[in-house]
Ligand binder design. Structure first.
Ligand code: FAD
Length: 545
């Protein structure tokens, strides 16, 4: 054999996607649907990224990271026909529920009139204000909704394209009044805490509205910019496009990625797991090849990265292939994820004080343990200085109550999201503090559901460091970059590069680090694929890499 015959043949694909998170799989499915030969390379031995169902004890399956489907775009569900592949979600009802130390559990029912009646037991004034505010927020969210599924504008007023972009976005706000513009600006820049203090009198109602609106983000509820979560969570979701939808996914969140993968494979997507990518090779300013850690190489006419922007540009690409200002902007992206997750297998169902054992299973499923806005603010202040708060904010879902296929009879699954822990500890390491975190979470749960500690059969604690190591999230950031105003819209991932393209021709970003950001939405994946297909049709990328 000659030397050249020794070399394994390098296969060429029209599109290679690095990462099989839900966005990478979504992008791949749309690309293959358009007829492109498409390969997905995933470092883990399973697909899904932060949207998976994994077995943590024999026969016990849990949505290890993301756990509620509130923002998956209805367009992705219908265009990829995910229901045909078995995707099923049931609405969380109550959508949120907060138990208080006096034994009172306050549910937020999905139906507005039922919620109003519930709130009027606490404050008549707040109940009627809720109806007005809900109406106002839903109206404002409808202006933002279309922006989710299209690239943000590039503010280049020296080009026709720049003006066309501005016109496209401007059109979305047709009919908006100056009062609504003022309201939108105050939601984008104001604090959730001040908004709630201004609108409601009852601390319980305020706490209920706090729950879920700052998850994953930096900043306590009184930090400017924290009110934006109120609008994000009122974008429509679920297959029936309901505003403010929160869903339990049957089979766990992994069913979302399994069905997207199945839809993609039907269009011809090839998926290789256990294939960690080491680098993306660039020649003459164009992305050419993807090289695995084991030396295997694939040629791609277009290459997509589903990994976060820091991982993509600071690890996969040689710094010499990127402009200095771009590199500096990527290095400055705020990450250091402020969250953790604790997953439990229990030998009996948690019994929350204040919930009747006769309540329907869905009413015994979702509990947010945060007593007040002040508590949340203090919790963030502790975490931001590198300490693990003694008292934690924990969001619990007894997912086996929504879906009994997750555990054998008699066993229960409880998945717990922890808001506000530091990525960088002031003292010690996360390997030393993992158990301490797990113990504090269990202690917090025991205050509300005293039977839980004795019922624990298996416990998985995912610190920010574990989210980085296991799920490939730089600094454990669950959104591939903090969701704050200066890292959103035309500034995501960095100003000047919000339209999924990158300074390297043929390289696209298709994960949560791109517009519109994190959460299980499928939007960055779908948008990136459409943008690249527009470029593809112009023909420049079609010649062999
Ligand atoms: C603990 C936690 C709780 C959350 N809760 C919710 C929730 O309830 N609801 C919600 O909507 N969102 C939630 N989120 C956020 C949401 O899950 C993420 O923002 C979203 O899933 C990101 O999807 P993605 O496809 O863009 O990226 P990811 O899911 O991060 O996928 C990126 C993929 O790239 C792979 N990869 C990285 N490097 C390489 C490499 N070198 N080679 C090959 N592959 C590589 C990774 O392994 C991964 O599979 C949560 C996230 C976490 C971590």
């Amino acid at each position: 054999m000659t030397a050249s015959q020794d070399q394994p043949k390098t296969t060429t694909y029209d599109a290679i996607v690095v990462g099989a998170g839900h966005n990478g799989l979504t992008a791949a499915a749309y690309l293959a649907r358009a007829g492109l030969s498409t390969l997905v390379l995933e470092r883990r031995d399973i697909v899904g990224g932060c949207c998976t169902t994994e077995e943590i004890a024999p026969g016990c399956r849990v949505s290890t990271t993301s756990y509620i489907a509130s923002m998956l775009r209805p367009e992705v569900i219908s265009e990829l026909r995910l229901a045909d592949y078995g995707l099923r979600m049931i609405p969380c009802d109550p959508a949120i529920q907060v138990p208080f130390s006096d034994g009172h559990v306050v549910p937020w029912w999905a139906d507005r009139e039922r919620a109003r009646q519930e709130f009027s037991k606490i404050s008549i004034k707040d109940a009627s204000r809720f109806v007005q505010v809900d109406h106002q927020l839903k109206k404002l969210a409808r202006y933002l909704q279309p922006l989710f599924l299209e690239p943000p504008p590039e503010f280049d007023t020296s080009s026709v394209r720049g003006w066309t972009d501005l016109y496209r976005v401007g059109k979305r706000f047709r009919g908006i009044s100056s009062a609504e513009i003022a309201q939108l600006i105050s939601f984008l820049t104001g604090s959730l805490g001040e908004f709630l203090d201004h609108n409601y009198e009852s601390d319980k109602i305020k706490t209920l509205f706090l729950a879920n609106n700052v998850y994953g983000k930096h900043g306590g509820p009184y930090q400017p910019g924290s009110a934006i979560g109120l609008l994000f969570h009122l974008l429509s979701g679920g297959e029936h496009e309901r505003q403010g939808f929160y869903g339990h996914v049957i089979g766990g969140m992994g069913s979302i990625t399994q069905t997207i993968a199945a839809a993609g494979q039907k269009f011809g997507v090839e998926i290789r797991t256990s294939s960690p990518v080491a680098r993306i090779e660039v020649r003459d300013g164009r992305a050419r090849r993807v090289c695995l850690e084991d030396g295997t190489e694939f040629r791609g006419r277009m290459i997509f990265s589903n990994a976060d922007p820091k991982r993509t540009f600071l690890r996969f690409i040689d710094a010499n292939d990127l402009p200095n200002e771009f590199l500096a902007a990527v290095q400055a992206i705020k990450m250091d994820g402020p969250c953790a997750k604790v997953n439990l297998v229990l030998s009996e169902e948690p019994r929350f004080t204040g919930t009747s054992p006769a309540a329907a299973p869905l009413e015994r499923t979702f509990y947010t343990l945060v007593p007040s806005l002040e508590f949340a603010e203090r919790c963030y202040n502790t975490a931001k200085f590198g300490e693990i708060p003694e008292e934690l904010w924990v969001d619990c879902v007894v997912s086996s109550n929504a879906d009994d296929s997750l555990a054998p009879p008699g066993k229960h699954i409880m998945t717990c999201f922890v808001q506000y822990v530091p990525y960088r500890l002031r003292d010690g390491t996360w390997d030393q503090k993992r158990d301490l975190l797990g113990n504090r979470v269990v202690k917090k749960i025991a205050e509300y559901a005293p039977n839980v500690p004795a019922a624990i059969e298996a416990r998985q604690v995912l610190t920010p460091l574990d989210l980085e190591r296991t799920y490939g999230l730089t600094e454990g950031n669950i959104f591939h970059g903090d969701l704050r105003l200066d890292q959103l819209f035309f500034m995501r991932p960095v100003p000047g590069w919000s339209q999924y393209r990158t300074p390297i021709a043929g390289l696209y970003l298709c994960g949560a680090g791109a517009h519109p950001g994190g959460g299980v939405t499928g939007a960055p994946g779908r948008n990136a694929a459409h943008q690249a297909l527009r470029d593809w049709k112009k023909g420049r990328l079609q010649n062999a890499a």
